[in-house]
Design a protein around this ligand. Structure first.
Ligand code: GLU
Length: 290
């Protein structure tokens, strides 16, 4: 059954911008008859369970509803391991011994896109691999052997979007599944076919859609919504004053979110009645605490 989702990382309490993205994800799902799911993306922030629980409580407090118990990524490591195993069996993974510095300093082909992995470890022989392993003394990351340079996804708000797909990491050197692998595997496992999230993640979507294709999963519908910025045009942060639900209060937060979208509703069900995906603001919302 089709579903939308919101998947916060539990690194800090949700701020008004995150809450607005969550409301939009819920509106997209509900207005299209989808289920709505929550997932706490805690692979990178595994010690912050209390923040994850607070995020869930805040989402409930603003009136969002979901159709299954929230999932926590750390609760099903076998899901990622199985996907990695499937890729490995098909010869699609290789070990990478590069540090960040190695990657930055590596010579790159004249047309290689900025920020793309230069392929240093892609074609090492077994002997070269053994030597690198010895030399670095740390466990290697696993990278996906891709056969494209770019990939185009379709986004409801941005149209066709083409971005880099390099040989990206699917498992980090410390054994933790990489973000790009984890979200793709989780979305498929949870039956998520609609991904609504902040447009800071738009550049990740070609890699994720490409990986979904490689794993035989359907590409989700994407909608990358504009972020909330402070008055200086920078990403909203704690120092911008009252930004969390505890500081703003439920009623005021809902009013601010609704107004930012040009609506008058004061709760999420009222917003659902006013929601029109084709008429969402394309520009970032500049947040001024009131
Ligand atoms: N957990 C990610 C974040 O909070 C979002 C994952 C996603 O929406 O795909 O940045």
């Amino acid at each position: 059954m089709s579903a939308g989702r919101f998947a916060p990382s539990p690194s800090a309490d949700l701020h008004i911008g995150n809450l607005r993205t969550a409301v939009l994800a819920w509106l997209f799902a509900r207005s299209t008859g989808r289920r709505f799911l929550l997932r706490v993306d805690d692979l990178d922030d595994r010690t912050f369970t209390d923040i994850g629980h607070r995020q869930i409580a805040d989402l409930a407090a603003i009136g969002l509803t979901w159709d299954a118990e929230p999932e926590w990524q750390t609760q099903h490591p076998q899901r990622y391991a199985a996907a990695i195993e499937r890729l490995a069996e098909r010869g699609l993974l290789y070990e990478c011994y590069c540090s960040r510095k190695d990657i930055l300093q590596a010579p790159r082909a004249p047309h290689a896109p900025q920020g793309a992995y230069p392929g240093t470890c892609r074609d090492l022989t077994e002997a070269e691999r053994a030597a690198r392993r010895e030399q670095t003394g740390r466990p290697p990351a696993l990278r996906l052997r891709t056969d494209v340079i770019t990939y185009t996804v379709h986004d409801v708000l941005h149209g066709d979007y083409t971005g880099i797909v390099d040989d990206f990491v699917v498992r980090r050197g410390d054994g933790v599944p990489a973000y790009n692998l984890a979200v793709v595997v989780d979305d498929a496992a949870q039956g998520v076919d609609q991904v609504v999230r902040g447009d800071d993640l738009l550049p990740s979507s070609p890699r994720q859609a490409y990986l979904a294709k490689v794993l035989g999963y359907p590409e989700p519908i994407y909608a990358h919504v504009a972020l909330v910025l402070n008055e200086d045009g920078a990403r909203l942060a704690k120092r911008d004053g009252a930004v969390t639900l505890a500081e703003i209060g439920v009623e005021r937060a809902l009013r601010q979110i609704s107004e930012s979208l040009g609506w008058t509703a004061t709760d999420v069900n009222g917003m659902l009645a006013e929601f029109d995906a084709d008429r969402l603001p394309k520009r970032p919302w500049i947040y001024r605490p009131d």
